[in-house]
Design a protein around this ligand. Structure first.
Ligand code: IPD
Ligand code: CA
Ligand code: CA
Length: 263
């Protein structure tokens, strides 16, 4: 395993311990509202600190972009770690076991290493650019389904910024009508990993943040999938608008989504 990936795995497992210990006493956890439908807990912060401590110990000069503490280090740094300590905080608060730790490492702006750790299933998803994607050390591939009407598509509802809810619902209506079903599970990093190992055939969501998608996207790409924005372009990390699937399914999803969205 690449040494930088090894550090990411160590950090993710450390955070997983913090989170799972806290999950035994959910009632005592303080929850704060960042904005409407956007929550943070002391556990998010403690898990994030545990991750940063591991990374700082190994690579004190690397920059860090983390959801709860923001950006640290020099702008334009060669290496940047992109961290979501709990992706799926709303699920976590509700004791709904669908959340993960997401850690990516970008080198000169390109994501090179990725870890998504699901502490409830003890599932560790990893990828190194050019080397492949793995679930618990076994190679994973995107699904082989070709026809959209046989495909299950996952998505995320726009609950924080609802300015485009009507557009979103029109897209969802078309996707439901033309696929074998839609799923909303509540943790974008795991949605992407589910695409990578073929448990769902595609995923789309608007307005995500880099820490939601940086790691999961490399895992999809290294599993043979494609990641684009709603117009098939490569702006997804900046725009947060993302579609991920195998090449054939992606084309059919874009045909549904793009006409609803201004270019
Ligand atoms: C959220 C999850 C969710 C997605 C939201 C994200 P958080 O991340 O990934 O699936 O729909 O848009 O904000 O806030 O739980 O880290
Ligand atoms: Ca997130
Ligand atoms: Ca989070």
């Amino acid at each position: 395993m690449h040494p930088m990936l090894n550090v990411a795995v160590k950090a993710a497992r450390r955070a997983g311990n913090v989170i799972q210990r806290a999950s035994l006493n959910l009632d005592t956890i303080r929850v704060e509202k960042k904005k409407s439908n956007d929550f943070v807990t002391e556990v998010d912060r403690a898990a994030e600190q545990a991750i940063i401590d591991v990374i700082n110990e190994a690579y004190p000069r690397h920059a860090i972009l983390a959801e709860e503490s923001g950006a640290k280090g020099m702008g334009g740094a060669e290496f940047e770690w992109i961290i979501d300590p709990i992706d799926g905080t709303t699920n976590f608060i509700h004791g709904h076991p669908q959340y993960a730790i997401s850690i990516a490492l970008a080198h000169k702006g390109q994501i090179q290493q990725a870890v998504v750790f699901d502490p409830n299933r003890n599932d560790l998803y990893t990828a190194t650019r050019g080397v492949g994607a793995f679930l618990n050390d076994r190679r994973i591939r995107v699904s082989r389904r070709i026809q959209l009407n046989e495909c299950v598509i996952s998505t995320g509802f726009p609950v924080v910024d609802q300015s485009m809810i009507d557009t979103y619902l029109a897209i969802l209506k078309d996707v439901i009508g033309k696929s074998a079903g839609a799923r909303r599970e509540g943790a974008a990093s795991l949605d992407l990993c589910n695409v990578a190992c073929g448990r769902v055939d595609g995923f789309f969501e608007f307005n995500l943040k880099p820490w939601d998608i940086a790691a999961g996207s490399l895992i999809v790409q290294e599993a043979g999938g494609i990641v684009t924005d709603m117009h098939g372009e490569q702006t997804w990390l900046e725009s947060g608008d993302i579609v991920a699937a195998s090449p054939k399914v992606l084309a059919q999803l874009l045909q549904i989504i793009a006409p609803h969205v201004k270019g």
